[in-house]
Design a protein around this ligand. Sequence first.
Ligand code: CA
Length: 224
Amino acid sequence: MTTVLVVEDEPQLLRALQINLRTHGYHPVIAVDGASALSAASEHRPDLVLLDLGLPDMDGVQVIAGLRAWTQVPIIVLSARHGPEDKVEALDAGADDYVTKPFGLEELLARLRAAERRSAAAPGTPVVTTGDFRLDLAGRKAERRGEQVRLTPTEWRLVELLVRNPGQLVTQQKLLLEVWGPAYAREVQYLRVYLNQLRRKLEPDPARPRYFITESGMGYRFEP
Ligand code: CA
């Protein structure tokens, strides 16, 4: 079932959204302000987010930025504001779509379905091949020079995040948040331990990494 995080401080609208989403087969999780939206997102890992921009404790754009620090979940903004600059600001911050209040239920459902389709069809990197190893991300199969290598689920999440951003620095914060969750945001030593394991399994010379490069004090980078 598709979990939708609904962030809305107007009780009537929130209630209507909850009922209608349930009726249409979604599993709604609700939050009435920005802070609880951010914690609900990390706790429930929703498949979609419906986000009101005018929240009592913070601007919805800040919520978008907070989510985008660690997740690519589709975000559809609900807003009573009409100015094009609000829309641009929300989209620039990382929202996927924008629905202006008042909106019809059919329109909202259509936007939800569209966001689901886009997210299902998101460009993947199912197989990554280097001179030394091959990772089949969809099939969860790893090989080094033709020999099967077993990676743990945590190692898969970590390696996937790195290889999906080839040549780019992936920060310690992002890795910890996405692989272990917000409660582990400071556990930098986890990264050292797990990166060493990955290198032992995949690198030709784990002591001199060729593929999984440490950017000292900042994060890690996959060099294909
Ligand atoms: Ca509001």
